[in-house]
Design a protein around this ligand. Sequence first.
Ligand SMILES: [Zn+2]
Length: 229
Amino acid sequence: MEIKYHGKQMSCVITRRKMKNMRVRVKDDGIIYVSAPHDVPDSFIRRFLLEHAAELAEMTEKAVMQRAAANDHSDGSQHHWLGGRITLRWLDAPRPATLENNVLSLFARSQEEAETAFRQWKIAECIALCKELNREVYHAYHSKGYAVPLAHIQIKEMTSRWGSCTPSTGRLSINFRLMQYPKECIYGVFCHEYAHFLHQDHSSAFYEALISVFPEYRQWDAVLKAPLR
Ligand SMILES: [Zn+2]
């Protein structure tokens, strides 16, 4: 479905689900995603979107600009990193990337080289942090008397979830995109996925274990649900 606001065309993807209330989200691709119950007619969805067109136009524009900014790896470009922002500084001599005072200095002579060097640095940092958090969360569960296994961590780029747990193989998948968020958020995702070793659902027993290990879980989980600032 397409809707128009002041000449600006907006694309909407509608998914029908077994659900009570309609849900509208703008993702970072600048597309409006609508989940709606089966009995809500398209005409109702269109009317609802048109009523909120000003707001949606602003959100889609912001999403597109943010994506463009994230793809900019020029000297001086800024990037989200662990809940803050870092600035890329291009070095003209081949030296390992170093982070100091929120400035990441890396060797680059082009956008492509900067992007590659930045990505390699981010992956190395992500692996190191996941290793650290994995041990930390494993010990946190054991100190509360929960006999969880030490997980095998797989880092993945995912679009719709922050992590997943496969108890049968002892494997946790962690979304690489989490590296943009504060460390406490990533710790919370580890705690959440580890709790699935104990309970495969999101029952009250699941949350009881999770909250006992990380009492501030809900506060940091809320940060992951809000747009990046
Ligand atoms: Zn879960």
